[in-house]
Design a protein around this ligand. Structure first.
Ligand code: 5GP
Length: 114
């Protein structure tokens, strides 16, 4: 599989503002922020879409959410609230085919999503 943009970011072949890194998970600021806080949280393993997840990925995906929660807390947006989004394929608006969680906060979001 060819490296995704996000794998290139993990490998530091493309620069980014890194927010968090451990053995399994990586987080960095979105290049085109849709909110005052907009962080992308990804598994280091390149999984193209949510459709490619298997039962054994549940721990990894749970870890992604815990990392998102911890980042929200560290950036002081936890109490006001924030939004986590996973886009999947065309109808979901996915443009980078490496599973990622958008953590967005610092403003109020409407619902239902447009
Ligand atoms: P998607 O539309 O796939 O859910 O989200 C992809 C996100 O990745 C977009 O919000 C986009 O701004 C962000 N993005 C795409 N390329 C880069 C990049 O090279 N660097 C960073 N930091 N973010 C990127």
């Amino acid at each position: 599989m060819e490296d995704s943009i996000f794998t290139k970011i993990i490998k530091r072949e493309i620069p980014s503002d890194i927010v968090y890194e451990d053995d399994d998970v990586f987080a960095f600021k979105d290049i085109s922020p849709q909110a005052p806080v907009h962080i992308i949280i990804i598994p280091k393993r390149q999984i193209p879409t949510l459709n490619n997840l298997e039962d054994q990925d549940s721990l990894l995906m749970g870890k992604l959410i815990i990392v998102a929660k911890n980042i929200a807390k560290s950036l002081n947006i936890a109490e006001d609230g924030y939004r986590l989004v996973f886009n999947c394929n065309e109808n979901g608006g996915q443009t980078v085919f490496h599973i990622h969680c958008h953590l967005m906060g610092g403003r109020k979001f409407s619902w239902p999503a447009g």
